[in-house]
Design a protein around this ligand. Structure first.
Ligand code: DX5
Length: 223
């Protein structure tokens, strides 16, 4: 079983105090920092770009888990690598079909980054199956991407289970990350289904003590 990781999502931070916020995340014992990149086209929201990633990179040693929710990811992989990304996740729904996805994953790896593939709640697991041997991380979105503070979609749990079974059956090593509406209650369902990386924004940043909240997620029973 892969170790349990907790990745607070910067999307839920106080954007007027990003240096203090990333230092709080690190001091609270998080494993990664999750950074949601949104362009207002691929998802109906705009968040932040390479310049902000570079700015916060200087203030923490945490691995940066960058999720590209943008229409033209190929044009920006280099910029996010330069900005300090340690892993870059692209969406299987990106334009251009499977050849484009394979090319994106290859470019991410060739630049020395870990490669992740995300799928939205309505996307069946079959759509990512051709790529499972080429990724370090599978991000099963548990909300429709674009905004923090949404409710966890329980129908995504069976997709996590299917990914867990597929990984074991094929002897693969990708991590299973879940993101969206993660609280102790929803995390418990995901962990029992086989998830091993928890992305949480609202629940962690609104918690009275983030270190206690992270420990609460990390101590939940897993598969
Ligand atoms: C959705 C975003 C959110 C964010 C965390 O596109 O990816 O899932 O990271 O959201 P909450 O606040 O629900 O934990």
């Amino acid at each position: 079983m892969l170790e349990r990781l907790v990745a607070p999502s910067l999307l839920a931070a106080d954007f007027s105090r990003l240096r203090e916020e990333v230092q709080r995340v690190e001091q609270s014992g998080a494993d990664w920092l999750h950074l949601d990149i949104m362009d207002g086209h691929f998802v109906p929201n705009i968040s932040f770009g390479p310049a902000v990633v570079k700015a916060v990179r200087a203030h923490t040693r945490l691995p940066f888990d960058v999720q590209l929710m943008i229409g033209n990811p190929a044009e920006y992989i280099g910029a996010f690598v330069q900005a300090g990304a340690d892993r870059i996740t692209v969406h299987v729904e990106t334009d251009g079909g499977s050849d484009r996805v394979r090319q994106l994953l290859r470019e991410i790896r060739e630049r020395g980054c870990k490669a992740g593939l995300a799928l939205n709640p309505e996307t069946p697991l079959e759509q990512v199956e051709p790529f499972l041997a080429e990724i370090d991380l599978l991000l099963v979105m548990t909300v429709h991407p674009g905004f923090g503070g949404q409710s966890f979609i329980p129908e995504t749990v069976e997709k996590m289970e299917a990914a867990y079974v597929r990984r074991a059956a094929c002897g693969l090593r990708f991590r299973i990350e879940i993101d969206g509406g993660i609280t102790p209650e929803t995390a418990a369902a995901g962990l029992l289904a086989g998830a091993d990386v928890l992305v949480a924004g609202t629940w962690l940043f609104q918690s009275r003590d983030m270190a206690v909240a992270i420990r609460e997620l990390r101590d939940l029973a897993g598969r």
